[in-house]
Ligand binder design. Structure first.
Ligand code: PMP
Length: 419
């Protein structure tokens, strides 16, 4: 099937997709289609080539079209695409087995869906089912998705306000404050849901000791700990899973984004045998038609192999250090523009001095043909989340393009500042 011409795409976006979204993208100079991609490169219909430092909002840890993952999906496609769903699913069983081996602690059961928000919905429902309690606590600035349940735990007024009333019995505590959590737990609390490093909240790394402390509090109070590793999982932070940094094993873990290897969409909700007990008594209370389909599971299985064999977590840790060092250097050269640089592995945030500067900087960086964007709950923070396979030489190239964009922004700002 031929790729539609750019002019048609623009018209159809306005007429049939979302005119507001189209205006937003056009305003940022992004009114052309992505038509080809490989590794860390994205090519557009109008002939430009970008270095991808956004990575599909964290869904491209393995890069675009990793050959082993593409081959696994092609092989499955030749055999069977979507199954009847009535019989056993061999790829799903194998993926569940392999996830049990690679994830921390006693996570040994898996439910599959198609996205991050679905993985979180399943986590929230399973927590209520397992405990018989309704209460869910999440962290301020956290992001867990936009379906009603997940949205109830996502801390952004602009995303929640139009959809109230949301799901009941949800509350929030400050991220990084174990004492506040201890106070917030009551007899109704089923679970605490948390990102081990907050992504959309502005790339927030918790203080050392926080995760073990909340693990201890939840365990002692009989509250389930849900780790939302949708964005942090699969090598992104320099470990296979970010909660491994402090040896914390959750009761439930949500995965999605890069689990599909950058080739297929898939979400997974993992749990301990204890969490699953009630679900096993009534296995049809939560289901998904496409969740865990053979194509997506084949992609995820190949992705897990690549993660381990190509030592992607280790590579992310090393490349991340180089990136962070370069960005800190830029922050010291442009203190009037950059307020902070932080992160772990290849999950990096650049906090600008203001949201206006963040928008100007993003426009300048896009001009330099590097794809970046801000974090969804914190538009003043720009995220850097390239494929974990990005070579050191390309990181240096990105840093030099960022410097050029900062130079341009600094010039614009000084022109406005001068009388
Ligand atoms: N949880 C986290 C931590 C996320 O970062 C995101 C997406 N940014 C989600 C859940 C939701 O994932 P999806 O967009 O696939 O629904």
């Amino acid at each position: 099937m031929r790729i539609p011409l750019d002019d048609d795409v623009k018209r159809w976006y306005q007429a049939h997709v979302n005119a507001g979204l189209f205006s937003l993208l056009s305003f940022m100079g992004l009114d052309t289609s992505e038509v080809e991609a490989e590794g860390w490169l994205v090519r557009t219909a109008d002939g430009r080539e970008f270095i991808d430092c956004l990575g599909g909002y964290g869904s491209l840890n393995f890069g675009h079209r990793h050959p082993r993952i593409v081959a696994a999906v092609k092989e499955q496609l030749e055999r069977m695409a979507l199954s009847s769903k009535l019989l056993l699913n061999a790829q799903l069983a194998a993926l569940a087995h392999e996830l049990a081996a690679i994830t921390p602690g006693e996570l040994c059961r898996a439910f599959f869906s198609n996205s991050g928000t679905e993985a979180v919905e399943a986590a929230l429902k399973l927590a209520r089912l397992a405990t018989g309690k309704p209460g869910i606590i999440s962290a301020r600035a956290g992001f867990h998705g936009k379906t009603l349940g997940s949205l109830s735990s996502t801390d952004r007024e602009a995303f929640q306000a139009p959809f109230r009333p949301l799901v009941g019995h949800f509350s929030m505590v400050p991220f990084g404050d174990a004492g506040a959590l201890e106070k917030a737990i009551d007899d109704e609390t089923a679970a605490l849901i948390l990102e081990p490093v907050q992504g959309e909240g502005g790339i927030n790394v918790p203080p050392p000791g926080y995760l073990p402390a909340i693990r201890e509090i939840t365990r002692s109070k009989g509250v389930l700990l849900i780790a939302d590793e949708v964005q942090t999982g699969l090598g992104r932070t320099g470990r296979n899973f970010a909660c491994e940094y402090e040896g914390v094993a959750p009761d439930i873990m949500a995965l999605a984004k890069s689990l599909g290897g950058g080739v297929m969409p898939i979400g997974a909700t993992l749990g301990t045998a204890a969490v699953w007990r009630r679900f096993e008594e009534q296995p049809l209370v939560h289901t998904s038609t496409f969740g865990g389909n053979e194509l997506a599971c084949a992609a995820a299985r190949a992705a897990l192999e690549v993660l381990v064999e190509e030592r992607l977590a280790e590579r992310a840790a090393a490349t991340g250090e180089r990136f962070l060092a370069g960005l800190r250097q830029l922050a010291s050269e442009f203190p009037q523009l950059i307020a902070d640089v932080r992160g772990v592995g290849l999950m990096i945030g650049i906090e600008m001095q203001s949201q206006d500067l963040s928008e100007l900087f993003i426009a300048g960086v896009l001009e330099q043909k590097v794809l970046i964007a801000f974090t969804l709950n914190q538009p003043g923070v720009i995220r850097i989340e390239p494929p974990l396979t990005i070579p050191a030489g390309i990181v240096d190239e990105v840093l030099s393009r960022l410097r050029q964009a900062l130079d341009t922004v600094a010039q614009i700002v000084s022109q406005f500042a001068s009388p």
